[in-house]
Design a protein around this ligand. Sequence first.
Ligand SMILES: NC(=O)c1ccc[n+]([C@@H]2O[C@H](COP(=O)([O-])OP(=O)(O)OC[C@H]3O[C@@H](n4cnc5c(N)ncnc54)[C@H](OP(=O)(O)O)[C@@H]3O)[C@@H](O)[C@H]2O)c1
Length: 295
Amino acid sequence: MENKNDNKMKNKIILVTGASDGIGKETAKVLAKQGHTIILHGRNPQKTQAVYEEIKAETGNVNIEYLTADFLSFAEIKRFADNIKQKYDRLDVLVNNAGAQFTDKRETTADGHEKTMMINVFAPFFLITLLLDLLKKSPSARVVTVSSAAHKMGGKPYMDDIELTKHYSMGKAYGLSKLYVIWVMRHFVSEMEKAGITNITFNTVHPSSAPTNLARESSKSWKFRIILFLWRPMLITVAKGASSSINAATAPELEGITGKYFGPKGEEKTCDKYYSPENEQIIWDYCKQTVKPYL
Ligand SMILES: NC(=O)c1ccc[n+]([C@@H]2O[C@H](COP(=O)([O-])OP(=O)(O)OC[C@H]3O[C@@H](n4cnc5c(N)ncnc54)[C@H](OP(=O)(O)O)[C@@H]3O)[C@@H](O)[C@H]2O)c1
C-alpha cells in the first residue's frame, strides 16, 4: 500500500531551466525517467525541441513539454513565467540550472546588466519570485539552484560594485555570481520562515566539473583554453555531475531539507570566507531592486 509520503514523491511537476544541453539535459532526462511531468526550458527553439523529442523517445514519458526564453532578458523571463502560470496550477520542483560564463571583456544585456550576474543570479531570483505562488500551491516544493565549486574562487566580493563595473574579469564574475546565488538562496530560506511558508525548500548544488559546453564563450581566450586542457583529468561524467541536482530535486531522504549545499557525493560546506548576514542582505536587496521594474 502506498503511504502519503510515497505519493508526494511521484508525479511531480518539474521545471528544469537550461535543459537543452549539458547537465540540465541529463537532469531532465533522469527526472523524466522517474515518471514526473517535465517542463524543459531552453533558449533556442530548434535545439530545445530536438532535446524534447529525444527525451520523450528515450524515456517513453509523454508528460513533457518545452518552453523557450532568453534568460538575459527580464521581459522574456516574465513572459516565460506567465506562460507556465497559465498552464499549470502548481509547481513541485524548480531546478535553476541555466547558467553561463562569458569572456574577459565585460558585456551587458539590453536591460543594462552584466551578463554573468544576469543569468547566474538575477534570472533565478526573478524566476523564483514570479513562480512563488505556484510553488506555494505544491504540497511539498523544492527549489534547486545550480551553483559551482567556483564560488570559492571569485576572490573578494565588491559589495558596492556587484556588477563589477570596475573590477571585472571572467573568473571573478563567474565565481562571485555562483557565491551570490548561494547567499540569495539562503536568504529565501529565511524569507520563507518569516512569511510562515513551510512547504518550499531551497538548496544549492554543484556538479563538480563535467565536460559540457559551459566554456563555449570563455574558451575563446587561449589562457582559458590552456586551463581547461590541464583541468581535463579532473572531469567527471555529465551523468555524475547531474546527480547533485537530481538528488536534490527528488531524493525522498531530502524531503523537508532546506538551506543546504550538495555535490555529487552528498552534502558539502560552502566557502563562507566572505559571508556575513550584512553581505547576504546587500545581495538580496540588490536583486530585489534590480527586478522591481520588470515585475
Ligand atoms: N559543467 C561544469 O563543470 C559545471 C561546473 C559547475 C557549475 N556548472 C553549472 O551547471 C549549470 C549547467 O551548465 P552546463 O555545464 O550544463 O553548461 P551548458 O552545457 O552550456 O548548458 C547550459 C544551459 O543553459 C542554457 N543557457 C545558456 N545561456 C542562456 C540564456 N541566455 N538564456 C537561457 N538559457 C541559457 C543553455 O542553452 P543552450 O543549449 O541554448 O546553450 C543550456 O541549456 C550552469 O549553471 C553552470 O554554471 C557547471
